[in-house]
Design a protein around this ligand. Structure first.
Ligand SMILES: Cc1cc2nc3c(=O)[nH]c(=O)nc-3n(C[C@H](O)[C@H](O)[C@H](O)COP(=O)(O)OP(=O)(O)OC[C@H]3O[C@@H](n4cnc5c(N)ncnc54)[C@H](O)[C@@H]3O)c2cc1C
Length: 344
């Protein structure tokens, strides 16, 4: 993938030496047994992701913001072996999926250039037409229910004599009964601060929008050979992709934007100017499972981060799990697999 001009994977070479320990741990997780462990325990939470959102959506008006039209992954005849592997793992886990012929893909999404040979349809997948609008509605609900929000930068975490977290920010100092570190890829700075070495890093990803073209697609599609996706959304067609290993401080890579734009035009030659070039940081552990649970050293400090490519999907269920964990309630889930202790 690294040597393919159209491929999704890239490196910022100045960051490679810093990432070597992460790569070694990642490679150790590439056995079939470990991969199945990850698949099983991602499935455990993914299976509950939509019902957890449904509970929240009962309390806000999401009309026009969420579509229930499934998602299509498609591919050419190249690398069919890895396609078979993915399909079989999902079958084993009981994921609802339908194989599609090229003809069927064309019937569902007639505007995509017919470069594909076959694909798969996940009918129960949903997509958000504007995630920010949904989050703002949830945020208002949180405030209405008595939640309190402060936007401050957490600099240090210390502990009182009875082990309560003392959070020092750029503006203030607070003492809490319990605290959760949920700072995505930025969490590592704080976990290092409390002396726990968690191999959290980031998979940088990009998106661009094409305005006025969302009539070209009905649902999200992913072209697996080139590892990118396109979703019809309120701001236009959103083209998303790239896994770039380069840490949190490197600048945006213009080449990755060009790659996304070219890939989008490969599927839809009629696309013209793009806008809104965005770089985001997926928080990633080398076994591709999130960290959720109490910290190793402090019983009143909890973690919830490392949801890699699926942090938006898993937001509601992660919140529920963390709330139950902190309240000492049973979840009927095996949560030990998400503990940070797996890295000690
Ligand atoms: C291109 C791209 C496409 C994606 N597409 C999808 C998708 O389709 N579906 C999906 O489910 N996921 C997707 N993701 C992944 C998703 O965006 C992440 O998994 C998710 O954002 C992680 O959420 P988080 O809340 O843990 O971290 P973040 O969203 O990174 O939020 C962390 C927050 O912590 C704050 N913070 C950091 N440090 C501090 C500090 N010291 N003090 C105070 N606050 C701090 C930050 O300001 C930020 O607000 C995508 C990611 C990318 C890059």
């Amino acid at each position: 993938m690294l040597f393919s001009v159209t491929g999704p994977l890239s490196l910022k070479w100045n960051y490679v030496p810093k990432m070597i320990p992460w790569f070694i741990k990642f490679i150790k997780n590439c056995s079939r047994k470990k991969m199945m462990h990850t698949a099983k325990y991602m499935h455990q939470i993914l299976d509950l992701a939509l019902p957890a959102y449904d509970d929240l959506f009962k309390e806000i008006d999401i009309s026009g913001l969420v579509e229930n039209k499934g998602i299509i992954y498609f591919w050419t005849n190249k690398d069919l072996k890895s396609r078979e592997l993915e399909i079989n793992i999902r079958k084993e886990l009981g994921v609802e999926q339908q194989l599609l012929t090229a003809h069927e893909i064309h019937d569902l999404e007639p505007h995509i250039r017919k470069i594909y040979h076959s694909g798969i349809y996940y009918p129960s997948a949903r997509h958000a037409r504007n995630p920010k609008k949904i989050l703002l509605k949830l945020f208002d609900l949180f405030l209405q229910k008595g939640g309190h929000f402060e936007k401050q930068n957490v600099n240090t975490i210390n502990f009182s004599s009875d082990e309560k977290p003392i959070i020092k920010t750029n503006l203030n100092s607070y003492i809490f009964d319990k605290s959760v570190i949920a700072c995505g890829a930025f969490s590592k700075k704080l976990t290092d601060e409390v002396n726990e070495k968690i191999p959290l890093d980031t998979e940088r990803g990009y998106h661009v929008h094409f305005k006025g073209h969302d009539h070209l697609l009905t649902r999200p599609v992913i072209f697996l050979n080139r590892g990118f996706g396109i979703t019809p959304m309120e701001p236009g067609l959103r083209v998303v992709g790239t896994v770039e290993f380069g840490g949190l401080n490197n600048p945006i890579s213009k080449k990755r934007i060009v790659n996304l734009v070219n890939n989008a035009k490969y599927l839809f030659p009629e696309l013209t100017e793009h806008y809104d070039e965005w770089l985001g940081f997926r928080p990633t552990l080398p076994d591709c499972l999130p960290v959720m649970g109490p910290s190793k050293n402090y019983k009143n400090l909890y973690y919830s981060f490392g949801h890699h490519h699926l942090g938006w999907t898993l937001g509601a269920i992660s919140g529920k799990i963390m709330a139950r964990m902190i309240a000492g309630e049973n979840t009927n889930l095996d949560l030990s697999v998400y503990s940070s202790l797996r890295f000690s």
